[in-house]
Every structure is written in C-alpha cells, then in structure tokens.
Design a protein around this ligand. Structure first.
Ligand code: UDP
Length: 479
C-alpha cells in the first residue's frame, strides 16, 4: 500500500530579524493552516540576540537548527554586509547538505525553501532532487530587479546611478538607477558580482513565495504571472501580508503606557529598523528637527555610526546608552512631547496604537507592511538594501501612503528639512491625503489576509503542490 507522508518543510533563513521574523511567522501559518511541520535553519555566523528572540515561543511542530560557524577572517574588514552574508551562505553549503541528507533518511519527504539571500543553497536541494522554493520577504518589484541584475551587468558598463534612462521592468514602476538595490550601486565592489550570481541562482527554484499582496503590487503580480506562464520565471505566490507582534510582553513596555496618555493620532513613531544607523551629525539634525517640528514623537535611538548606515544590523550589543549620544539637553527639553527609547521597541504594537499618527521609517519591507496594516502614513527615509525602491513604491501614485524627506544622495538632511517634512506628514494637507490612503490600504490588507482570502488561497495552492510531490516521492526504506 502507498503511504502518503506530509511534507517536512525546511526553511533556510539568512541573518537579520527582518528575515528571521517573517520566516517564523510563515512557518507558524504553515502549522496552523496546514498542519505542516517546519524546521527553520539559521546560520551561527552573524546571528544576534534579536534573531534568536524572533524564534522564541514557536509552536511545537516548528523546530530550529543552526548551521555551524564558518570562517570569515580572510574577508577584508570593510567587506559589504551582503558580501559577508553571501559568503557565509556559500561556505555553509556542505553543512546544509549534511543536514538535508539526515532529514531525508528520516521518514518524511522534504520541501526546501531558501530565503532571499540564500538561493545559492537551491543547488544543493536540486542535487538531492527536492522541491525547492524561494521565500522572499520583500516586494515582488524588488525581486524583479534582482532577477534583472545579470542583464544589467551584461548590457551596461556604467555605475547604475549614472544610467541615462530609468529601468523599466514589466509591471514595475520606472526606477532610476540610484533606486535599484544599494549593493549593485558600486560596480567595483565585489558584492556586485555576488548579486549577479544571486539573480541567476533564483532561477533554480520551483516558485517564489513572496510577502506581498495584490493591492500593493497589482501590476507587478499580473506581469509576473504572464512571464511565468511563458516559462521566463518560476511562478510567484503572494502570501502576504502577515504581521507578527514581536513578543507577548510588549504591552508592558513603558512606551506603550506612554502612548496611552497621548491624544489620538498625535505621535510620530521614528525607527530605522533593526539595523539602520545615522551618522553623528545626522542624529543631531534629526533630534533638532523633531524638536523644532513641535510634534509629539517616539524615537527608537541607536548609536550613531559615521562609517556605515547599516552598522546596527548585526545586533551589536552594548551596555552604554545611545541616548547619551543625543544633543545636550534634548531629552529634558522635549520631555512631555517626546519619548526616546534606546535600541529596540515593540514596533507592531506601537504602529497599531491609536495615538500614533505617522511613521518616520527607513522603509525596510517589514516596516512598510506593518505601517500599511496599521493604516499609518510614512515619512520615507531609506538608507540601504532595497529601501529606496520600497520608498518609491510607498510614495507612488498607486500606493500613495508615503511622503519623502528631502536631502540628496548622502547629503545630511537638515533640521529645517526634518521639521518641515514632519509637520507636513502629521498636520499638513499631503499628510492627510497619505493618511486617508493608508486607511484604505489597511482595509485592502485585511481583505487580502482574511480566512479563505487571496493570501490563504496562494498558500494553499503551493502547499497542494508540496503534498503532491510528497505523495509521489518513494517511501523511505523500512528501518
Ligand atoms: N523592529 C521592532 N523594533 C525595533 C526595530 C525593528 O520591532 O525597534 C522590527 C520591525 O517591526 C520589523 C523588523 O524589526 O518587523 C525590521 O524589519 P524591516 O524589514 O523593516 O527592516 P530591517 O531591519 O530588515 O532593515
């Protein structure tokens, strides 16, 4: 008799809470909606305490496994963060293979998912004959640009910020070269070639599971469907939005109690994600601009870095208080109007709080979706990765939930510019338009993720494929 085994889903995630947390939430959904067991595989290199806390309190059918540490000491000290991550992915492939082989020798057939920075691992899954997918926790538009990177490299010679014409990909907003992902901005940096390989590695998958939804990316999804029908790309499944509160104890956080005392929609929440970092000068200008705006604010403050705007990404822990880096007297002068939280705050709960009326954000994709799901308009201040592209999307006519801070490439945004932009978002006409649009989009986000709605259907469609593949796979030899 034929035995049908439920597939065992193995998801490999790159470091960073912006990657680990959506993987954890996705696995939780697979368990709750489809009864599937998942193993989340992480890297020991570059992991941080916030990564680990994203993996705490998971349901019992979700296991975790960490690949052993690999040496990185031969890389230059100034290697790009994405170079570090992609090098870890490559060097840990033998460990991943050993882990997958050990899973295969147990009873259930395996389905393999690699997150957006790990598609090199698809080659191992291909070799082992496994169904293999990419879990993509950002916009489909950004995936399209990464798939286009090999062509960009082949057909252009200049740095992409100098491209004379915008890049126009099917169903995507026209993008200036400077709005393409930040690691392709410098052709001379070794990370450029690694991104070209990344774009090619994606094509080894059977499908892309993308954290997006139709109202955010209708045209892109449509165009991608046409491309995959024509066999150009594997299909994309829009399984979003899902937003995961960071911990059960967030409600007790002092900043939530502070928000409880503020008027409805009066507070600007300021946060640059898990790793975004401002320079010393920029931190001082932002502080002065917030103060001059006269608006209430809740600011998650990190240590400034004059070297790297993603310096906080590795969860560098320190016992010092970053609040000590703010301009002298700032905290005292803004007492009552502003609250400064060092390092980390429960963002999802904050955005959903009735007192919050705006979000000054670096536009990491999780932050974008969390703002949309909470119906909060955004003041976009992109820093690195695909954040400029995310800002373009949020501010586009179609989405329309964001205003942009001015300040050119790398230029310091002055206190005057900060104050003007903050006032416009919180009490200006453009802010009011973005707020109305954010509220509409919140409704559309809810409609996308209701039981039986499009996100559930997309997930069910891909799970069906996994079950079919599992049923067709040979039963393991009896022990
Ligand atoms: N986050 C949070 N508190 C903070 C900073 C970040 O809860 O103080 C969460 C935020 O809600 C989001 C994630 O960390 O889910 C950051 O992901 P995102 O994609 O926005 O940016 P990244 O950190 O990857 O740059």
């Amino acid at each position: 008799a034929q035995v049908h085994h439920a597939p065992h889903v193995v998801v490999l995630t790159s470091p960073g809470v912006g990657h680990v947390a959506p993987v954890a939430e996705f696995a939780t959904r697979l368990a709750a909606l489809h009864g599937l067991a998942t193993t989340i595989v992480t890297y020991t290199n570059l992991s941080s305490p916030t990564n680990s806390s994203a993996l705490s309190s998971l349901p019992p059918v979700i296991s975790t496994a960490a690949l052993p540490e690999v040496p990185l000491d031969d890389l230059p000290a100034d290697a790009h963060i994405v170079t570090l991550i992609l090098t870890v992915v490559h060097r840990a492939l033998p460990h991943l293979r050993a882990l997958l082989v050990s899973f295969l020798s147990s009873s259930s057939p395996v389905v393999f998912l690699a997150d957006m920075l790990c598609p090199a691992a698809l080659a191992v899954a291909e070799d082992l004959g496994l169904p293999r997918y990419v879990f993509y926790p950002s916009s489909l538009m950004s995936l399209c640009t990464l798939l286009y990177t090999p062509e960009l490299a082949r057909t252009t010679t200049c740095d992409c910020r100098d491209l004379p014409e915008p890049v126009v990909l099917p169903g995507c907003l026209p993008l200036h070269g400077a709005d393409l992902v930040e690691p392709v901005q410098d052709r001379a940096n070794p990370v450029y070639d690694l991104l070209v390989d990344l774009g090619l590695d994606y094509l080894r998958c059977h499908g892309f599971i993308v954290h997006t939804f139709d109202a955010m990316e209708h045209d892109t999804l449509q165009a991608f469907r046409d491309l995959s029908d024509r066999g150009v790309y594997p299909p994309a499944y829009a399984v979003g939005p899902f937003v995961r509160p960071f911990s059960d104890t967030s409600a007790e956080h002092g900043c939530i109690r502070w928000l409880d005392e503020q008027p409805d929609g009066s507070v600007l929440y300021v946060c640059f994600g898990s790793g975004g970092t401002l320079s010393t000068v920029q931190t001082a200008e932002l502080a002065a601009g917030l103060e001059a705006s006269g608006q209430r604010f809740l600011w998650v403050v990190r240590f400034p870095s004059d070297m790297d705007n993603s310096a906080g990404y590795l969860g560098h822990q320190t016992t010092d208080d970053p609040v000590s880096c703010l301009p002298e007297g700032f905290v005292e002068r803004t007492k009552g109007v502003g609250l400064v939280v060092p390092q980390w705050a429960p963002q999802v709960e904050i955005l959903e709080h009735r007192a919050v009326g705006g979000f000054l954000s670096h536009c990491g994709w999780n932050s974008c979706l969390e703002a949309v799901c909470a119906g909060v308009p955004v003041l976009a201040w992109p820093l690195f990765a695909e954040q400029r592209m995310n800002a373009v999307k949020l501010a586009s006519d179609h989405v329309g939930v964001a205003l942009r801070v001015s300040g050119g490439d790398g230029a310091v945004v002055t206190r005057e510019e900060v104050a003007v932009a903050v006032r416009e978002l919180m009490v200006g006409e453009k802010g009011a338009v973005a707020r109305r649009r954010a509220r509409e989009l919140r409704v559309e986000a809810r409609e996308a993720s209701v039981p039986g709605g499009p996100a559930h259907q997309a997930l069910a469609a891909v799970v069906d494929l996994w079950r079919c593949a599992a049923a067709a796979s040979p039963a393991p030899a009896p022990a």
